[in-house]
Design a protein around this ligand. Structure first.
Ligand code: IPM
Ligand code: MN
Length: 372
């Protein structure tokens, strides 16, 4: 299979984790005889530095003409600490989402038994947690009209949804639910917000077309609590843009590290794959960031290409590193391995250069970091 992939490294740890994900894609290509070619594009703070624009037109053009996009991370402290900045890195990502109409953001949340100890939750709450958040990504308060009064003492952000925007993501979420445990939870604030009542009405109508799927409705404040006290109850969670942003970060603590989580964004043309973590500028250039969120995003990309065996080999490789303690500093702050080492081990596993029973741990240990 031949695929053209646009790679957007972005800012902070973006380039480092993406390099390991590309390495894994190359291993998949070699092992399974595919041909993946890559075009690198700018977006974010690095794009502002080089072109003055967080999303150059050239990047949009290249994305539109590719089969998939692999994206790293966006954001830089110099903008985070300056709320008056007119041009911001995040504008690039938001504009890309809008330009490509990437309306469905899919964030799977799973837990790994070897990482249970990293979560602030009790192990009994974590076993078997396996759900997917479907976050609407191109509407709502993120994209509504924004105002700031002249004296700068009043501001507003409008939240708008059309029923059609709710319907298109709802169908994807319901279809996904039919392939899973057949349970869908709509998270909203229908006791207060008109947009949430629109969501609820629309979902109630669509639910009739999926009689096999049990639907429940949960206010977002309660959902925030339920995610912590009883995360095993969830299967498919569907929600609007900002609620999805917030609860997906919250849900990430279940898996033990934000660095582990992948995501996919589907729209009407090219799909985009990215880890859900941010640019983590403090770790940039140190070779300590966790590349697994990006590598598992590549697994989602392979699923999207319908290369299911390949995707599963990547997931197996990731599980193998976790089970053997070949993990980055976020997971084991004392005995940790570098970003590049974890990427190399996963790629080698995919290529079958590592047999599960024949690990030459000593060689790997040579590149291991220790804290004195
Ligand atoms: C995310 C991020 C973005 C968002 C930021 C970087 C604009 O937090 O993808 O979750 O809020 O959507
Ligand atoms: Mn977020």
């Amino acid at each position: 299979m031949k695929k053209n992939i646009t790679v957007i490294n972005g800012d902070g740890i973006g380039p480092e984790v993406t390099a390991q994900a590309v390495r894994v894609l190359n291993a998949v290509a070699e092992k399974f005889n595919h041909h993946f070619s890559y075009t690198y594009c700018l977006m974010g703070a690095c794009a502002i530095d080089q072109t003055g624009n967080p999303l150059p037109d050239e990047t949009i053009e290249t994305c539109l003409n590719s089969d998939a996009i692999l994206f790293g991370a966006i954001g830089d402290l110099k903008y985070d600490n300056d709320p008056t900045a007119k041009v911001r890195p995040e504008q690039g990502l938001l504009k890309l989402r809008k330009s490509l109409q990437l309306f469905a953001n899919i964030r799977p949340i799973v837990t790994y038994s070897s990482l249970h100890h990293l979560s602030p939750l009790k192990e009994s709450k974590l076993t078997g947690v396996d759900f997917v958040i479907f976050r609407e990504l191109t509407g709502g308060i993120y994209f509504g009209k924004k105002t700031l009064s002249e004296d700068q003492l009043q501001a507003s952000d409008e939240c708008v949804y059309a029923a059609s925007e709710v319907e298109r993501i709802a169908h994807i979420a319901f279809q996904h639910a039919t392939l899973r445990k057949k349970k869908l939870t709509l998270v909203d604030k229908a006791n207060v917000l008109e947009t949430s009542r629109l969501w609820r009405r629309t979902i109630q109508q669509i639910a009739a077309q999926y009689p096999g799927v049990a639907v429940d409705y949960m206010f977002v404040d309660n959902a925030a609590m339920q995610l912590i006290v009883s995360p095993q109850q969830f299967d498919v969670v569907l929600t609007e843009n900002m609620f999805g942003d917030i609860i997906s970060d919250e849900a990430s603590v279940l898996s033990g590290s934000l660095g582990m989580l992948p995501s996919a964004s589907y729209g009407i043309c090219t799909a985009l794959f990215e880890p859900i973590h941010g640019s983590y500028p403090q770790a940039a250039g140190k070779d300590i960031a966790n590349p697994i969120g990006s590598i598992l995003s590549v697994a989602m990309m392979l699923d999207y290409f319908n290369l299911l065996t390949e995707a599963n080999v990547v997931r197996q490789a990731v599980n193998w590193t976790l089970q053997n303690g070949f993990v980055t500093k976020d997971i084991d702050p004392i005995n940790f391995y570098f970003t590049t080492t974890v990427g190399e081990l996963i790629s080698d596993f995919v290529l079958n250069n590592i047999k599960i029973d024949e690990i030459n741990r000593e060689n790997i240990e040579l590149r291991k970091s220790t804290i004195i």
